[in-house]
Design a binder for this molecule. Sequence first.
Ligand SMILES: [Zn+2]
Length: 575
Amino acid sequence: MKFLCALCVLCELVAPALALDREAFTFTKYDLEIRLEPDQQRLGARGKVTLRNDSAQPQKIAVLQISSSLHWRSIKMSGKAVQYISQPYFSDIDHTGALSEAIVTLPAEIKAQDSVELEIGYEGTILLDTTRLTQIGVPEALAKHVSWDQISSSFTAVRGAGYVAWYPIATESADFSEGNSMFQVADRWRAREAESGFRATLSLPGEGGKGPPTMLCGDNLGGSAEYGRPWSAFTDCDYKRLGTVTPTFVVAKYLDQSKPPLHLFSLQGHEADSASYSNALEPASKFVSEWFGQRSSAIAIADLADSNASPFESGTLLLTSMAREDSKLAEINLVHELVHAAFTSPRPWIYEGLAHFAEAVYREQKQDGRAAALEFLNLHRTTFVEAEKDVATAPQKNPGQPLATTFDESYYRSKAAYVWWMLRDTIGEDALKLAIHNYRATDDKNPKYAEQLVAAAAKRDLGWFFDDWVYHDRGLPDFRVLAAHPWNGEKGRQIVTVTIENLGSAGAEVPFTIRFAGGEITRRIEVRAKSTATSRVEVPGAAAEVVVNDGSVPESDLTNNVLKITESPEPGLQK
Ligand SMILES: [Zn+2]
């Protein structure tokens, strides 16, 4: 009985928490002042956040979450303290695997679509923390190269929502061990915040005449000023619209190798890789301006202290280790960032997809050819192919994500890179360049705008392609060579009729190759979803096999793409 009563009390305590709608409010504006103390691995924050009630009901409770290593100090509204309870909340959206949550009781209900401004203060430490990875079994040694965020006196780099909640967020719990839960929560947050404004001023206390380290936030460079104490360094993160940006700051004793518009920062001993970036600036800029026009903003590429750290990109800032001494990688990294400097779009699949596509084209045209470019794209394919299998086989379980609206990185980066590559192969380079040159971010109000530009430049209706790849997620194609019949032609030549079947639900134009003694011939064929298409090809020899798809179209099953021709040729083909 005692136990039951205790349970009842517990139920009452838990019940209001269960009713909490943690994602009711969208943070539409941040205005923060952050003081960093690298020696103590600390930050202190104060400022204002504006929350808009995006739920259908009036809300009296607002939830604000920061990393579990940070602590709430004050929450006020119009200068008056508001009531709040602070509690830990387990969620893998933060590197510590938990958040410090403030459950704020607002003085009055906020109606749907109304906003409230809160003045907030919080502080604490940000240490390297691999908890959320090690607790699902990732070895510590590996986890620290992925989860590298920390404030420290030797090197500070901290990424925002999805890595470290160094500014407040409001999300349902994310669990790394439950399939895609973690990514779904993080993507949902990103989508809700895409139109929000973010400003944070970061500053460092003086360092007694040693000269300040470099501070970066986005591509904004830190400055330094004398504020009574010998030195104080500062920088501003300022985004009118967050889009896909994750606010991130870096503080380090960098060697400044900048060549405007490229802000380039390397650590001591990494001069070779940083020279690769410098040397590639001219050819990469020329290549990018041919495709995307003249650059209009700066970019920043900065070194990471851990030479095995996984790279990270946010907007026009790339953080990547320069200990690798891989000049080809440096070139394509630079191409990617230069695309962002020249071309912008409010749509993630266009903004990031084109930048990854440009890397592949550079790989093909300025480095090692088409096969190397397709190998590069294939690394992207592995990031979304599993998710797409679910879409095809169990659409109820995984309804998929239309590229046009997704905030899932594996889609808007990797799948989008393929979509642009397929478009280029289908309509040709000149037509795609023309469509890109005619694109204006400010005119992109309608999801069909990009399709209209592409169709006008190609003088071809591509509605079916955009339907299958951009406006809906229909999974991937699955091609196979259904039949290949050789016929004897004149002077030892053969005519081969090839039938390609697409077992998948997304159509594409795909290359197929006929191999014969002494060579091969490649042609392209459009095969719509769940359909077949046939083509006749003349080859100067005896056809031996047909292979569909050179890897330029992402498909779900690559094991059924070859058909050996074993039958003898028929006497002659009637035209
Ligand atoms: Zn990018």
